[in-house]
Design a protein around this ligand. Structure first.
Ligand code: 8YV
Length: 326
């Protein structure tokens, strides 16, 4: 007999307790991301990693789809105009990953300032035992200026941490006005921030306006001693321009948790540069944070499938239609 519960495709691994929670609300089909297209035709809901692209092809294959629940805060994987046209709610997981991403940002800055990659390689290699000197001295973050591009939840959490390290904090944001309590953070125009910061860290959403926000001209404004950190989305940086800047030592280096193409193809010139430290998109990758993200993503999905308002929705104007579309 055909089940009356809505069908949903779940494209992230879930523990048994979550699978049971899902099964109480819908008929879940658990797939890996390569299996989404083949399973989506009857689905009313999709739970997927935030970077998974929701293509036109996918939407055309899924006429009953009414909620995409992203496992992640980013939502650049969906075209919101198209989702509005089709009456599909888009949900995400803001808030629960703020601290984890901010922690990683600080770790990335310290990787740069204390030469942690080179020093770790040195300690584990043959050079140390031969009595050679460790790689170059690092530099203090205290009294240096951290420039935050984007001053939303994550940017502010980084600012709080940087203050504890005795840094000066500047920020650039086209929306945020910091308000009381944030007087120690100096609002600057993007150009001034880039020209005066010792470390520049990116915390903006990827939108058409922020694609290549940091290109050759912007990198050209940075100090030759400055480092660039990115935990947001790869395309916020014009990566070819960054590679040229790193190759010519126009800036000291970059620590990148996100790249234009993930994983990078073997031919990507960002690979193998001494002054580019790469991480595999681990901003939210802690046990506790991933569990909280999954909980919220499941709540979002189940709420819409149940005809209720989800805790988080990035296109609330579409909700009424998405809730009624059964
Ligand atoms: C990914 C992220 O969601 O939250 C985001 O926007 O990019 C990450 O947290 C994570 O890799 C799981 O897909």
């Amino acid at each position: 007999m055909e089940s009356s519960r809505p069908k949903a495709v779940i494209a992230v691994p879930v523990p048994a307790a979550i699978a049971a929670r899902l099964a109480a609300v819908c008929e879940p089909k658990f797939v890996d991301i390569n299996g989404v297209l083949a399973s989506i035709s009857e689905a009313e809901g999709l739970l997927c990693p935030a970077p998974f692209p929701i293509s036109r092809e996918l939407l055309d294959l899924a006429p009953r789809l009414r909620v995409v629940s992203n496992f992640g805060v980013g939502f650049n994987n969906v075209d919101l105009v198209e989702m509005g046209r089709r009456g599909i709610a888009v949900c995400n997981t803001p808030g629960v990953l703020t601290e984890a991403v901010a922690d990683l940002t600080i770790a990335m800055m310290l990787m740069a300032s204390r030469g942690l990659v080179a020093n770790s390689q040195f300690a584990g290699g043959q050079s140390w035992s031969s009595g050679a000197q460790a790689p170059d001295l690092g530099w203090d973050v205290q009294r240096k200026t951290l420039g935050l591009v984007g001053f939303g939840r994550i940017g502010r959490a980084v600012a709080l941490r940087a203050r504890a390290f005795g840094m000066n904090v500047a920020f650039y944001d086209t929306f945020a006005s910091p308000g009381p309590g944030w007087e120690y953070c100096q609002p600057l125009g993007l150009h001034e921030l880039l020209a005066t910061s010792d470390v520049v860290s990116l915390h903006v959403n990827l939108t058409p306006e922020t694609v290549d926000l940091i290109g050759a001209d912007q990198i050209g404004l940075m100090k030759p001693s400055a480092w660039l950190l990115n935990t947001s989305r790869g395309p916020v940086i014009d990566q070819a321009a960054l590679v040229r800047a790193l190759q010519s030592n126009a800036i000291a280096g970059a620590v990148l948790d996100v790249l234009e193409v993930e994983p990078p193809p073997a031919s990507d010139p960002i690979l193998g540069l001494d002054n580019a430290i790469l991480l595999p998109h681990i901003g939210s990758a802690t046990v506790e944070t991933r569990a909280a993200m999954l909980d919220l993503a499941v709540n979002n999905l189940c709420a819409v499938l149940n005809g209720e308002r989800p805790p988080e929705c990035v296109n609330p104007e579409v909700l009424e239609r998405a809730l009624k579309r059964r």
